[in-house]
Design a protein around this ligand. Structure first.
Ligand code: SF4
Length: 528
């Protein structure tokens, strides 16, 4: 029997399936969009593999399909499985390794392939710690090389690593990585592949109908029935100057901005619309400042099918944006003209020092970060007014904690964040909020602070802030420096201990609870 099955698996969050993991502030269902949409990254790989008739790719989302069912599927079809491929984020890496180990234990001839942000940040550490991972890919420009690798495995051709950009492999007892190469944004999605083995679309649709549709109806009077992520471009204006926010763990790849043409972007929206999706979640990391040119091109050349629909019949679009983009009425008007009616903004903090510590302001490394941060706080507030004037909803995200946060800063942040929520709630602009304790993830500056005491001291000193004593910094960095499994809550607690010595993890958890209950009191939904 030919080995033609390729399982592309989104593992479940580790702390939901592995006992003994802390789960006090990281319950996945408390976060926005949990299980409301399919995973577009996994679908891109499955859709690309499907162009090879010798393969039968299978999409499996462990956030909605029980882990036991996934393991049973591997056991039952082991003699037909060519590869088990795992999209590893920090929150699901350990569960991903568990699935890889099960595959190899069941049949050692199954090839396992890892990828996504966590693996991309720590490829050597992960490969050294997990012999059950055969290969991996770093970065997000991997659809082409991944498809080629699986094709070569299917053809039983020798694997020549330099032929696969981004490939992580072992040779001579060491882990190596082939340099990455830019590739176009993928757009050949086949939505029917989602349900090939497990009927997952009905589960997404049920979640969507339960969590998102009623809120959209309540706030906008629009009826939406099913949601789909749509990728028209990726990147962020901050990546252009290699100046990401401190907690951002996105891998920009070779291009700080990679996008479709306006016509291709409309085609991507049309494909999702024709497949029955009326709520489109634009996955671009930041829309108004980063993709203004693409959006302007789209507005200048709207397709006939879209123009023929009334405003209320068109797909409802949502996406990400920075507050300084939404505070510009022209940019917000451009977004609403394209049907974008909700924008997710990471407002993140209230105090200027905190926004500076998170490196939120744009403008490159040379700007006066404190002055820009104070402006950014004002722009958070202005964005609420502009959004209200343009009928745009905001889903606001707040992060509690940052390097050097003091008790006074925590208090100031709480006051200002509660004021923003009061304002957003009063005007009916905030459709929801997310409030999270800072989670240092590999790939982000905050993780570098956790593992590199000198970097932490320097970053804190720049803003006149302090971190813990040398012994504490050394002990914490030693714990995490070569760690493949980064349990989110353990890392949060150690970050607090080492980098916010004036406050405790419980202070942060309490602040998160205060923000959440204030939002509820203002009639603002949390995490949906
Ligand atoms: S604005 Fe968003 S996407 Fe851009 S660097 Fe900051 S967190 Fe990352």
């Amino acid at each position: 029997m030919p080995r033609d099955l390729v399982l592309v698996v989104v593992p479940p969050n580790s702390n939901t399936v592995i006992t003994g993991r802390l789960l006090t502030v990281t319950r996945p269902e408390e976060h926005s969009d949990w299980s409301d949409f399919l995973c577009l990254g996994a679908l891109s790989l499955v859709s690309s593999l499907a162009t090879n008739p010798a393969l039968e790719p299978v999409y499996i989302d462990g956030t909605i399909t029980p882990l036991d069912d996934i393991l049973e599927c591997i056991t039952a079809h082991a003699d037909r499985i060519l590869a088990v491929c795992l999209g590893m984020l920090t929150a699901n890496y350990e569960a991903g390794v568990l699935i890889a180990r099960h595959a190899k234990d069941t049949d050692a001839r199954i090839t396992t392939v890892a990828g996504n942000d966590h693996f991309s940040s720590l490829p050597t550490v992960c490969m050294n710690a997990s012999p059950s991972l055969d290969y991996g890919f770093v970065g997000n420009e991997v659809v082409g090389p991944f498809t080629d690798l699986i094709g070569a495995l299917r053809a039983e051709a020798p694997i020549d690593p330099p032929a696969f950009p981004g490939l992580v492999y072992r040779a001579d007892g060491l882990v190596h990585t082939t340099p990455t190469r830019a590739e176009p944004v993928f757009s050949g999605y086949d939505y029917t592949l989602v349900d090939r083995v497990f009927p997952q679309t009905p589960l997404y649709t049920r979640q969507f109908g339960h969590r998102i549709a009623p809120r959209i109806h309540e706030l906008l009077g629009r009826t939406v029935t099913a949601g789909m992520p749509v990728d028209i471009g990726r990147g962020c204006v901050k990546f252009a100057a290699d100046d990401a926010c401190s907690f951002c763990s996105i891998h920009p790849g070779q291009l700080w901005r990679n996008q479709l043409t306006p016509a291709q972007a409309w085609a991507a929206i049309e494909a999702a619309w024709n497949a029955g999706y009326d709520y489109h979640y634009l996955t671009a990391d930041e829309l108004p400042l980063t993709f203004a040119q693409l959006l302007t091109g789209m507005a200048a050349d709207t397709p006939a099918w879209w123009s023929a629909l009334s405003e209320n019949e068109r797909p409802l679009l949502v996406g990400y944006g920075r507050a300084d983009g939404i505070a510009d009425p022209r940019k917000t008007a451009l977004l609403t003209s394209l049907g974008v009616r909700q924008i997710m903004i990471g407002m993140d903090a209230g105090a200027a020092t905190s926004l500076a510590a998170m490196n939120k302001p744009v403008g490159g490394r040379r700007r006066n970060v404190l002055a820009e941060a104070e402006k950014l706080y004002e722009l958070n507030s202005q964005a609420i007014t502009v959004a209200r004037d343009h009928g745009m909803l905001i889903r606001a995200g707040f992060v509690v904690g940052h390097i050097g946060m003091t008790r006074a800063l925590l208090t100031e942040n709480l006051e200002r964040i509660l004021a923003l929520i009061t304002e957003g709630g009063k005007h009916g602009v905030f459709s929801a909020i997310d409030a999270e304790v800072l989670s240092p993830q590999p790939g982000a500056r905050d993780y570098t602070y956790l593992t590199t005491p000198d970097a932490a001291r320097q970053a804190a000193a720049k803003l006149g802030l302090t971190v813990a004593d040398d012994a504490t910094l050394a002990a914490v960095s030693a714990r995490w420096a070569h760690q493949d499994v980064v349990m989110p809550e353990d890392a949060m607690r150690d970050y607090t201990l080492a980098l916010m010595p004036e406050i405790t993890f419980d202070d942060l958890a309490q602040a998160r609870a205060t923000i959440r209950s204030h939002a509820k009191a203002c009639g603002v939904v949390i995490g949906e």
